[in-house]
Design a protein around this ligand. Structure first.
Ligand code: NIG
Ligand code: FE
Length: 412
């Protein structure tokens, strides 16, 4: 199937091959062509340019995009989209100021979320995840990373990871699977964290590797979560089993997790709400993509990642949804892009770069995703009629998407 999109008001994020990410001042540049066309063949972008040069191109299907903007589909590099149920009671209880103990006694919190996963069949878990995945695809996400982590026990973690594998096989979207080491210590290991880490290193990681379920390994390295020593040990075990490190780091405190992740050659370092000059310095000498999660900060009424400090020191930055039931129950990347502008003082150009090419890099997918480039996958958003690409983040909360094409296929 070939698709020709004509009369595009602005074709945004046109890049030549070889650009893997954008950093510092480059993040404020968003190359575009006005009054453009785009030709897709099968799942690939084969040609684009000014309408003046369209020549005699014909295709099986033509979409007239008069008054509309075309840009790359969002690359969401950090989600926990496979989980059971939802936590709106906890949401309401937090608003009226109930304590963590009270919330937990009413069925909220991570341990209850894990219990629910344990009592949900793999098929049911899959069906629930399908609804969320279809929803974010309609909202313009064209490549996605999905983490486990809410399972806690080996059995439940494997259940989540098998669901992620099924999504990867069944849906026409790039899915990058990540083993996220438990978000909480299981009840049986309550007084024996070292014993739990032994199990992670000696049993859980080898078993997940044996089934070839993941590309990445991730964990929370922060105050109240895994210490530097524990993180070091777990990442080493993951790397030994060919998993590529990522980290949830510096959400609550800057204790050296950034440098540790870099020592293990992390692909991305996510959260970074707390950041010290030494972290910036370490990031500068690394390949790691810093990733901010503005929807998580918004939902939790918590500090935002200091995007200006990061970008103004010459670093790249990606943004992602952190779609999860506890701290970001939305995978809407349009909201994430708006929030990065509104709350983190990122320009629309920086924000769109962060959610496309840099998001793709954060999940090792930049060679085929994240920009309008000949030879890359045909992953595009066609907006409704809007005045300019800046209107997308400006009109926050509106859905200005008309059509989403992922791997050359129109999302229904
Ligand atoms: O611990 N990225 C997700 N992690 C969350 C989970 C919170 C929850 O589910 O309650 C966190 O910040
Ligand atoms: Fe997360």
């Amino acid at each position: 199937m070939s698709i020709l999109i004509t009369n595009i008001k602005q074709l945004v994020q046109t890049r030549t091959h070889g650009i893997s990410k954008v950093s510092g001042e480059e993040m404020n540049e968003l190359p575009l062509i006005e009054n453009a066309y785009l030709l897709i063949e099968h799942d690939t972008i084969v040609e684009y340019g000014s309408m003046k040069n369209i020549g005699g191109i014909i295709a099986e299907k033509t979409i007239d995009a008069t008054g509309k903007i075309v840009l790359p589909a969002w690359c969401d590099s950090h989600t926990h989209l496979v989980y059971a149920g939802s936590r709106e009671q906890e949401f309401a209880d937090k608003i009226i100021g109930l304590s963590a103990e009270e919330i937990s006694s009413r069925g909220g919190g991570i341990l209850n979320a894990a219990e629910l996963i344990k009592n949900t069949t793999e098929d049911d878990l899959y069906d629930q995840a399908v609804v969320r995945l279809k929803n974010v695809m309609q909202l313009g996400t064209g490549a996605i990373e999905i983490k486990s982590g809410y399972g806690i026990t080996l059995e439940s973690e494997l259940k989540i990871l098998r669901v992620i594998k099924r999504l990867k096989q069944d849906f026409n979207i790039l899915v990058r699977p990540t083993f996220l080491v438990s978000l909480a210590i299981p009840e049986v290991y309550k007084d024996n964290k070292a014993g739990y880490i032994d199990e992670v290193v000696n049993t859980i990681i080898p078993e997940i590797a044996r089934e070839q379920l993941v590309k990445y390994i991730d964990l929370f390295c922060d105050e109240g979560y895994f210490t530097l020593e524990e993180t070091d040990r777990i990442l080493e075990a993951g790397v030994k089993h060919s998993m590529v490190p990522k980290l949830h780091v510096n959400k609550f405190s800057a204790v050296g997790g950034v440098a540790l992740g870099i020592k293990h050659n992390a692909r991305s370092l996510d959260h970074l709400e707390q950041i010290k000059p030494k972290d910036i310095k370490a990031l500068k000498d690394s390949r790691a993509m810093p990733v901010a999660l503005p929807a998580c900060s918004y939902f939790s009424n918590a500090p935002y990642t200091p995007a200006r400090t990061i970008i103004d020191s010459g670093l790249p930055l990606a943004i992602a949804s952190d779609y999860n039931p506890g701290t970001s129950p939305s995978g809407n990347m349009n909201f994430v892009v708006s929030t990065a502008c509104i709350k983190m003082k990122m320009t629309p150009e920086e924000s769109i770069n962060a959610a496309t090419i840099n998001g793709a890099y954060a999940m090792g997918a930049h060679k085929m995703f994240g920009s309008i480039t000949r030879g890359k996958k045909a992953n595009v958003i066609i907006t409704k009629e809007i005045p300019d690409y800046k209107y997308l983040p400006y009109a926050f909360g509106e859905n200005n998407i008309d059509t989403v094409i992922i791997n050359g296929i129109i999302v229904e």
